[in-house]
Design a binder for this molecule. Sequence first.
Ligand code: NAD
Ligand code: MG
Length: 387
Amino acid sequence: MQRQVISLRQESRQSEINIGHGIRRHLRKLVLRTFGQFPGKLILISNKRVFQLYGLEVMADLKTADTKVFPWLIPEGERYKSFRTFESVVNTFAHIGLERNDLVIALGGGVVGDLAGFAASTYLRGVRLLQMPTTLLAQIDSSIGGKTAINLIAGKNLVGTFYQPDAVCIDTQTLSSLPPRELVSGFCEMVKQSLVSSPKLFEQTVGLLQRFHMDQAILGAPEFESLIAAHCMFKASIVVNDERESTERTDSRSRRILNFGHTTAHALEKVTNYRYFRHGEAVGYGMLVAGELSKHLGLLSPNKLERLREAVQLCGRLPAAGKLDLTEIKEALKLDKKSVRGQINWVLLDDIGSPRIVEGRAISNKVLGLSLREGLGISRRRIERSH
Ligand code: NAD
Ligand code: MG
């Protein structure tokens, strides 16, 4: 087993990110190292599927004569990242008498992590939190950086906090049970992150995807563990300098650059009622659209755009987008919640590893339409019909 430790030092808290194959079986040691002594009570928040796969092992490792471990399972699915589930979780904290020095462990994908993180950050104004992400997306993205959230009927992630976990424990072995589409989705987020970080991380990511070419064996490769560590390190480096995602910053190291591909992705998810694409798949298309826009604005060279396209392709097959309605997508884009003073902020690329934030007003309707059509594979005939 290999363990990598990345420290994320911020004003008030320090998070340690631990990465290793099978590391979930050594959680006791990790908890002791992080907190000095063992908490009196631990609550393990997960869902049934993940708990059945990994929860019992984790519980067995943590339980001792004087430590109580309470499992609390939430139903599976994005729609349970809700006020109602939040209420049930914090009521459970109260019921078991959770104290500030006790520990909440979130074992699962981003849904479990966001919800448990939100509950931990608000209960008693903040209790200890350990994130154990089990999807690829959660391991390289949602568990790092301290954003927590629940959804409202009005939109996703509208209520939340910034709350760094005390520790993150990433067991890459848990990825082996992921359904194929979850992997594709995670690979897309990986490519996204690499495109805004550096040519080095991009080459490292694409090189490995190319070498294994959708073979599950990639998950067990030591290089894959190092790749996850490199991604966590990159995300952490952005977050430490811009923890709260300042809307004033427009530089190439502001947290906003992590939204590369996400403007279109959110619109695609919205027009398909969040039922057709996995989030990372929509990001896959979002990157293609952002790449086309970058090319049309004269920022990204055609051969770098080709590299971007190849990278997205290496993530796996995306659900077809060619039959979507362009007008609806454009309408949804206007409602992007990351808009500032009514302006969409596009994250585009000057080059691989060099993101640039561009205001929507700098992009003509024609260039936007063309880029959406090219990125999504929507034919001209279909667009004419949709007008
Ligand atoms: P998810 O949590 O819904 O998990 C996807 C599916 O995989 C679920 O069905 C889950 O039960 C299952 N699963 C999880 N781990 C598994 C494993 N090891 N083996 C088998 N099945 C497993 O989805 P996700 O993609 O992990 O996360 C998406 C959520 O993350 C969204 O709610 C999004 O808003 C949020 N998010 C948050 C941040 C942040 O910074 N906080 C960043 C990105 C995304
Ligand atoms: Mg995302």
